[in-house]
Design a protein around this ligand. Structure first.
Ligand SMILES: NC(=O)C1=CN([C@@H]2O[C@H](COP(=O)(O)OP(=O)(O)OC[C@H]3O[C@@H](n4cnc5c(N)ncnc54)[C@H](O)[C@@H]3O)[C@@H](O)[C@H]2O)[C@@H](O)CC1
Ligand SMILES: Nc1ncnc2c1ncn2[C@@H]1O[C@H](COP(=O)(O)OP(=O)(O)O)[C@@H](O)[C@H]1O
Length: 253
């Protein structure tokens, strides 16, 4: 089960896309914390989702940030997510709340997923251009400095752990640079953290980037695409990679 904190009045679609990414990975259930209007939209597309305006119920991992704005229930859910000690993806607007939470709650189980513009804001040192020029250096530096796992997005995606371990993947396609693509990636990674036992968070992040990139390449075979095409392509990518089976869920033999 994945706890997802996503969507707001200005950005309701981000919650739909993150949910679609998670469901395409075979996560058992998505518990969505979002305002009423967002939940209605997500449920219309994905009736299997269980939604609430406040955090509630048991989950195995959290993913927070795509499209969130200033909602009290979602703020509480982000705090619950980080205080739980469970694996957690912190993305997009949730990154803004991170500095004040990190002192107490850092750890390699927290995976942040910034693009270069967001990492520039978090590091208060290198410019966006400097980060784009040396993504491996700055992903590692950020991971060591903040004490969390980092997935740095860009033409190549770099995943780094605080101990210096780093994975780089360039499996993607330039068409992946489209609105909502990162929201879908957050759903994919959240689902992996919730279901894939025995993987380090940095390995789950690298695998998520690989699946997202493979789905992007596959979707690009028939031309430019919007992020809504990614979740169906994830299912096809998993099937072509020879693992049509969903990841095993806790409690399943
Ligand atoms: N359909 C939707 O509902 C969508 C919602 N989205 C949400 O919109 C919110 C704001 O996201 P934005 O991306 O607009 O703004 P950001 O706050 O992420 O962008 C801030 C700065 O980063 C730079 N930047 C943006 N994308 C970059 C990239 N890929 N690499 C390097 N620098 C980059 C921008 O030029 C800007 O200076 C997020 O919560 C996000 O999840 C977006 O993902 C787009 C789609
Ligand atoms: N030139 C590129 N080639 C391949 N992948 C890219 C390229 N540019 C961006 N990406 C990928 O596209 C995704 C964009 O995510 P993000 O920046 O969060 O956008 P959004 O907020 O619009 O969803 C990331 O996974 C990133 O790695």
């Amino acid at each position: 089960m994945l706890g997802l904190v996503a969507g707001s009045e200005p950005y309701p679609g981000a919650a739909v896309l993150a949910t679609a990414g998670a469901l395409a990975m075979g996560v058992g259930m998505v518990r969505l914390v979002a305002p009423d209007a967002v939940r209605r939209l997500v449920l219309a597309a994905h009736p299997e989702v269980v939604g609430s305006s406040e955090p509630s119920g048991r989950v195995q991992a959290w993913a927070a940030g795509p499209g969130i704005a200033d909602d009290a229930g979602q703020r509480r859910a982000l705090a619950v997510a980080l205080e739980s000690g469970l694996p957690a993806v912190v993305d997009a607007s949730a990154l803004d709340a991170l500095p004040e939470l990190l002192d107490r709650l850092a750890g390699e189980h927290v995976v942040i997923t910034p693009h270069a513009g967001e990492l520039e804001r978090l590091l208060e040192g290198p410019s966006r251009e400097a980060i784009e020029a040396e993504p491996v250096r700055w992903a590692r530096e950020a991971s060591a400095q903040l004490g969390v796992t980092v997935l740095l997005k860009g033409p190549a995606t770099v995943c780094a752990a605080p101990d210096g371990t780093a994975w780089v993947q360039g499996e993607g396609h330039p068409y992946l640079a489209t609105a909502g693509s990162g929201d879908t990636l957050t759903g994919i990674l959240g689902a992996l953290l919730a279901t894939a036992r025995g993987l380090r968070p940095v390995e789950a992040a690298a695998l998520a980037a690989f699946v997202h990139g493979s789905a992007g390449r596959m979707a690009a075979e028939s031309g430019p695409f919007g992020a809504g095409a990614l979740a169906p392509a994830v299912r096809e990518a998993l099937s072509r990679l020879g693992s049509a089976e969903p990841p095993r869920r806790p409690g399943q033999g």
